[in-house]
Design a binder for this molecule. Sequence first.
Ligand code: HEM
Length: 477
Amino acid sequence: MPNLLSRGLFNLFFGARRKAMEPLPGPTPGILGTLGDFLGPQPWDVCARYGREYGGVTLIWMGASPGLVLNDPVLIEEVMETRRLEFEKGNISEQVRPTVTNDTTFIALQGDEWNEKRRQDPLVQPWSSDWLAAQVGPLQRAVDASLGSLMTATSLDLTPTLRQLTFDAFAHATLGESLPDSAYEDFLLMARGADARIQAKLPLRFVSLPKGFEQAKERFYGLFEQKVRQARQALDPRRVDLMSWTLRELPDIPDRFLAHQLGTFFYGGVFSSSTTLVGAYHQLQKHPAVETRLAAEASALSARPLDFDRLRDARWAEAVAYEAMRVLPAVRVFTRTPSQDTRLAGVTLPAGSLIMISNQHLHRDPTHWKDPEVFDPSRWLDGGTARDPLGSGHFFPFGRGPRACSGGAFAVVYLQTTLATIAARARVHVDSTDPFEEGFFFGVVLPKGVTGRFVSRRPHLVHLPPEVRPTPAVESA
Ligand code: HEM
């Protein structure tokens, strides 16, 4: 809590503003408002603490500007769904714009701009579900190929390892082939540029992009453009990658526009999907019975290559992915700002003020979830996914409403396929099950220092009877 002088100064200068917000609870502001709470801890931890201490809505002060932290499903639904046109994504759009280009829905303004970009998004076309169904095989082959070289390594930092594995698998889903290492390096350099802007303490005009950013951008999207041109010249009806499928279905789509869609696919999903995998493996190490069941399921499925139909039988892999996204969601804070003065939660919020929405508290809300701190994938079986569907009040790892993640369905298929593919051949041993340190990169949680290795399965370990059930998980997540 700020000292007496600081609190007094805030009241002296901004007392009238504070009075107007009076019905709302929140931490006591000092001369810098309540910004001090966010210096040090991660923003999602602060948002979750506010949820526990103040309930569904917390009044914060960014200096003299009021803002809200929402932990109430009803208010979150208002901001992200029913009244979403009144709330823009805010600063994050400007921060990532140089990296993700102007052509994708990612940073589009609500309303016409988003509608127009969404209309052309390859992920939400009438044929997109057919494309998705065709990706299980290519994803499995790509993951399997990466796994071959990983199994020989004795110690790996799992975050960058699974990130690169994910990048490669995404290349197969989007282009039907691997990309050179130099493309991965360009991708990371551009992500670092966006991250510097996201984490900047100074106004963006004072934040420079990393050396070589523009060249990396030209090379990265240029490579996609070149692939699109080549594919267009020799359209192969047998190819199932997103680029070929889009060219067949939307022949008038401009090369550059499609290249931007494909390149941004990686920014949308590589960090978030690989973070989810690291979280899942950390939890599997803590809960061996859950891992054993995953191995048994994967073994039973491994007699033939996976496809979309057979993936439906990977119920435990799906439940592990869902539980990882509940306990350790990769994107934990969303921001919105009202484009005009607006009434919300019983107060008038000025245009441009900050609204922070976090899923961390609601994903572990003890009034909603049984044993919320326990990593227990079985909660997702027997109707669990229908009780708490993606994008509902207490489970929204992909956000909520029309602007929820357009890659969410693909991400679930990717996670399920990868968990099943790796489990059939290897156990991911994580060296330490202490709570891992979490940082922040490109708007996504970044697990730090999670080291481990891929241990080849001896055949007798995976041929367990399918009815193997995990013993009740008792460790806390
Ligand atoms: C586990 C993996 C993923 C997680 C946790 C995740 C999470 C999210 C979240 C929370 C949002 C909404 C942000 C907001 O409302 O402010 C979002 C939006 C988005 N995501 Fe994902 N995402 C994942 C994978 C992917 C993948 C694989 C793609 C590939 C294309 C993708 C592309 C996008 C795009 C384009 C948007 C913006 C949608 C719009 O504004 O219309 N994401 N994602």
